[in-house]
Design a protein. Structure first.
Length: 242
């Protein structure tokens, strides 16, 4: 299995795949160019924190807008997950049996073997101590994380991590943002509950979600089996797949 990193401006991909030869770099470059050209003509797509209805547009734009509408957030909330999802789709169309595309903590994966995915949750005592056992028959799937304490993405809540599991990384990314925005409250337990209450609104669009603040955590829906890990996760890497 090959492991490599691809960096194109804001896109930071960690890739694991059995495909030895591919043109993923140029595929991502094309998606980014189409997105940037669309934003140049439609600035509201970049700035809106509310869902938008898009008609004629490139696939990457339509996917982001669709995810934003389902999650009730602006389309840019889905940009990283959408790039990851499109990249995974490209690799599998080229013959990959394993494709794990991690775009800064937003992961799209299709695999022919079981994997364990460790979770980074900032200063939480659970960070690096737990992971998800993902069975290969559960894939393809999207696993995306939003945080109010880690990273540079916009979040109006204070979750250490909100991790959403869904059929598509594009949708999981937008839902993680939407749920994380509601993780508010003076007590950690109250903030977690507020996030879970918001997650209930999206049960039809995701498998499940794990919300973590400090030592408080909660789950809505079904998530992969939680396992104990001793993985040292580097700051800034919301996930490490091993």
């Amino acid at each position: 299995m090959m492991k490599e990193k691809i960096s194109i401006e804001e896109t930071r991909i960690t890739l694991k795949t059995d495909l030895k030869k591919h043109q993923l770099y140029y595929f991502i470059l094309k998606q980014r160019k189409e997105l940037k050209n669309y934003i140049y003509k439609h600035e509201d797509f970049l700035l809106s924190l509310e869902p938008l209805i898009i008609e004629e547009a490139p696939v990457v734009v339509k996917m982001m807008a669709r995810a934003g509408r389902y999650a009730e957030v602006g389309p840019m909330a889905a940009v990283a997950g959408t790039i990851a999802q499109l990249s995974m789709g490209y690799l599998t169309s080229e013959g990959a049996k394993m494709a794990i595309v991690d775009n800064g903590g937003d992961v799209a994966l299709k695999t022919n073997k079981d994997i364990t995915m460790g979770v980074y949750a900032g200063d939480s005592s659970l960070s690096g101590q737990i992971g998800f056992k993902i069975k290969h028959e559960m894939t393809p799937m999207g696993v995306c994380t939003s945080s109010g304490t880690v990273g540079h993405s916009i979040s109006f809540g204070r979750a250490d991590s909100v991790t959403v599991f869904a059929d598509e990384a594009s949708l999981a990314d937008a839902l993680a943002t939407s749920i994380a925005n509601e993780v508010k409250g003076e007590l950690n337990s109250d903030a977690v509950q507020n996030g879970l209450s918001r997650a209930e609104d999206f049960r039809d669009h995701m498998w499940g979600v794990l919300v973590i603040i400090g030592e408080s955590a909660g789950i809505v829906g079904k998530i992969p089996q939680l396992v104990k890990t001793d993985k040292k996760v580097v700051l800034g890497d919301l996930f490490d797949v091993y």
